[in-house]
Design a protein around this ligand. Structure first.
Ligand SMILES: [Zn+2]
Ligand SMILES: [Zn+2]
Length: 357
């Protein structure tokens, strides 16, 4: 089904999208403009878009002032339908993805080191942001997107586009800290929370060769956790968990946004272990610094990954046959899906079939 109203490449094109017209308002079908192709741009026909928890935060204005109407979506998988004259890395028909950012300054030390996610000048977010020329950015709940090839990822043939889409945020958010802190054979890694992020953490850490533990509030998803690759599964509501695992873990990656008793979690680490937050509560947290002094422990954070590392993650996932566990939905189910995400009623990622947009 083609929903693009104009196909001329001379100017901007009007495309169909689902947008929140204002903060907290339900998303509805509308149209937005995609820019005319710049020399290094590719036009992508979107096939699938994942629903990330942060889409809901932003569409409902939980984090900061949003730009409305807002088209969320930063887990995008599709196919290149057109390339600008200076594009060198992609051709029409290529399977591609777009994640959380669509540009950065490209000149600061972090950008030059492939850490565009930590661009000193702030990268440009795939949606709810403004481009270098001031135009609004619109995300993946749409039929098409125009993106610079430098921020476009290649999706290897071994990965289906539907299960690949969530890798562009959930996958890289877990891959990056697991790779940085050396998850691998001989390492004991715990993932806190088995949701959209956590389930990818379990799969990736297991594929990296680590011994994987899930720390979840209850044992409700234990069968899933073990099936996804966890070796152990503990309930954090059970005090015995913290006694049994004391001083045993090399790395803990927390995906939860609820405030955690950090001192208790840090007590689970070995000497030199690291506790890394990829989820964040909205309120500041408190910590007894002796929890890191004793045992030379690290309390750290991590956000998505750079473009080069995101490609490395996609190649790794293809090589190991890792995709997200998804529930495919129609675009007219987005609002219902948001409610279900808020109620933790999804195993493990909703993905919108863009043919229904
Ligand atoms: Zn996300
Ligand atoms: Zn930069």
């Amino acid at each position: 089904m083609t929903t693009e109203n104009r196909t001329s490449t001379a100017g901007p094109t009007t495309v169909t999208a689902w947008a929140a017209p204002s903060a907290k308002a339900p998303l509805e079908r509308t149209t937005v403009e995609r820019r005319a192709l710049r020399p290094t741009d590719v036009r992508i026909e979107i096939k699938y878009a994942g629903i990330c928890h942060s889409d809901i935060h932003q569409a409902r204005d939980g984090w900061s002032e949003g730009i409305f109407p807002m088209v969320p979506g930063h887990e995008i998988a599709g196919v290149v339908t057109e390339t600008g004259p200076e594009v060198t890395r992609f051709a029409v028909g290529d399977r591609v993805g777009v994640g959380c950012m669509v540009d950065s300054c490209r000149t600061c030390d972090n950008c030059r080191a492939g850490l565009e996610q930590y661009c000193f000048r702030g990268n440009i977010q795939t949606y709810n942001d403004r481009d270098k020329n001031g135009d609004r950015t619109y995300g993946g709940y749409s039929t098409h997107i125009v993106v610079d090839e430098a921020f476009t990822l290649r999706i290897p043939d071994g990965l289906s586009l539907d299960v690949a889409a969530p890798l562009l945020c959930a996958g890289i958010t877990l891959y990056s800290p697991l790779a940085h802190w050396g998850a691998g054979p001989g390492k004991k890694v715990a993932v806190v929370g088995l949701g959209g992020l956590g389930h990818m953490g379990v799969k990736i850490a297991h594929a990296m060769g680590a011994e994987v533990t899930v720390l979840s509030q209850s044992l409700r998803k234990k069968d899933d956790g073990l099936r996804l690759g966890a070796d152990h599964y503990y309930a954090t509501s059970d005090e015995a968990t913290f006694e049994q695992l004391a001083g045993s873990l090399d790395l803990i990656v927390s995906t939860v946004s609820a405030p955690l008793p950090l001192d208790k979690y840090l007590s689970l680490l070995k000497t030199d272990g690291a506790f890394v937050n990829v989820g964040a509560p909205e309120e500041p947290v408190s910590l007894n610094l002796f929890s890191v002094i004793a045992g030379r422990k690290s309390l750290a954070g991590s956000g998505i990954g750079g473009i080069r590392e995101t490609q490395e993650m996609l190649d790794f996932c293809a090589e190991h046959g890792l995709g997200a566990e998804i529930e495919l939905i129609r675009a007219d189910q987005i609002n219902e899906a948001y409610e279900r995400v808020l109620g933790s009623d999804v195993r493990y990622r909703f993905v919108i079939d863009a043919a229904t947009i």
